[in-house]
Design a protein around this ligand. Structure first.
Ligand code: NAD
Ligand code: IPM
Ligand code: MN
Length: 355
């Protein structure tokens, strides 16, 4: 079993280090780890945010654990050299089109949420975000206009792209509450009209799943008003990016939410995938021991479950995380004072008490 580790920039290496301590504690047999450069760290060493050797390492692995990318030192670089191109490049080069972002409240920890406790208690949803298309990967450019320089980005989805994410979403919903909300902007965008019609078409193959549709502006409002109505949400790349950050604040902190990015490739042990917190490199707190490593640790749990077939170990990690939060081990993002390393210590100690 080969895991490629790409820590990246800012708090990426800090949170990944804690996830690796947890992995070490599990003592899984036959595991090999490789570490590669991505983001600004890679740019400064290899003049590229996603060097060829990193991509080769990714292709040779069964799974990837990713930290975060992004750094001010690269703000003035042309877009193709910016650190963010590392994660976008990995997602597209590896065909990782389905991004699963679960957001569930931790029982007894509703006070961590920005919402009222009763509302927070109801959250148990999963965002299925399409990851290879939309305005992210359309043509872009700059041109002259009457109003001066004009930037443009093409937004599109074709039926094949929508169908494959729709199947993932319906299958995911089948394994959860059998309720799927497709989020779009079909009252305005042609992209969304095709999206909605294709969702309805694919839905005919899944009669047990209740499919409904919501405009993205309403969905943003409903997510804070009554998040308990959502089970599985499927949406495009841009809307999914925004709604999942919002969902994290409903749970308590962006430092708590993990993600899995999956494609079609199967390995000997499961589905090949890339696993990362939903947060970024957080330059405002980098290097200060203030980052919450829970999202990275929970990303490791998802990696073990989906790519390596280690369900028992994944569940053990999740219970350990729940345990330390119940014990009140919080960092600054949750109103506490535990450092990144102290949260890691607590998770590792808690693991030892869980068989
Ligand atoms: P961010 O997610 O890095 O930070 C947003 C806010 O949340 C900040 O106040 C930060 O301190 C806080 N935060 C984030 N993670 C935290 C954690 N684990 N513990 C405690 N607090 C945490 O988003 P941003 O500030 O908009 O972006 C910073 C950089 O990260 C940019 O370069 C951006 O492009 C990049 N980014 C990368 C990824 C990725 O690698 N997948 C994701 C999002 C943003
Ligand atoms: C995320 C990030 C990325 C995205 C950026 C860094 C390209 O915000 O993983 O959520 O927009 O997908
Ligand atoms: Mn994001």
């Amino acid at each position: 079993m080969k895991i490629a580790i790409f820590p990246g920039d800012g708090i990426g290496p800090e949170v990944v280090a804690q996830a690796l301590r947890v992995l070490d504690e599990l003592s899984l047999p036959g595991l090999t780890l490789f570490e590669g450069d991505v983001g600004a760290a890679a740019y400064h060493r290899h003049d590229h945010p996603l060097p060829e050797e990193t991509l080769e390492m990714a292709r040779a692995a069964d799974a990837i654990l990713f930290g975060a990318v992004g750094d001010f030192s690269c703000d003035d670089l042309p877009r193709h050299l910016r650190p963010e191109q590392a994660i976008l490049g990995l997602r597209s080069e590896l065909g990782l089109f389905a991004n699963l972002r679960p957001a569930a409240g931790f029982p007894g920890l509703e006070h961590l949420s920005s919402l009222k406790p009763d509302v927070a208690r109801s959250i148990d949803l999963l965002v299925v975000r399409e990851l290879n298309g939309d305005v992210y990967f359309g043509e872009k450019g700059e041109r002259d206009s009457d109003g001066g320089r004009e930037g443009w980005d093409a937004m599109s989805y074709n039926e094949a792209e929508v169908r494959r994410i729709a199947h993932t979403a319906f299958r995911t919903a089948m394994g959860r509450g059998k309720k799927l909300t497709s989020v779009d902007k079909a009252n305005v965008l042609e992209t969304s009209r095709i999206w909605r019609e294709t969702m309805i078409e694919v839905g005919r193959d899944y009669p047990e799943v209740a499919l409904d549709h919501m405009y993205v502006d309403n969905a943003a409002m409903q997510l804070v008003k009554s998040p308990g109505q959502f089970d599985t949400i499927v949406t495009g790349n841009l809307f999914g990016d925004i709604l999942s950050d919002q969902a994290s604040a409903c749970v308590g902190s962006i430092g708590l939410l993990a993600s899995a990015s999956l494609g079609e490739r199967q390995t000997e042990y499961g589905t090949f995938g890339l696993y990362e917190p939903i947060h970024g490199s957080a330059p405002d707190i980098a290097g200060q021991g203030k980052a919450n490593p829970v999202a990275a640790v929970l990303s490791l749990a998802m990696l073990l479950r989906h790519s390596l077939g280690c369900e028992a170990e994944a569940a053990r990690i999740e219970r350990a995380v729940e345990g330390i939060l119940t014990d009140g081990v919080f960092g600054g993002d949750l109103g506490g004072s535990a450092s990144t390393g102290e949260i890691g210590d607590a998770i590792v100690r808690k693991l030892l008490t869980i068989s």
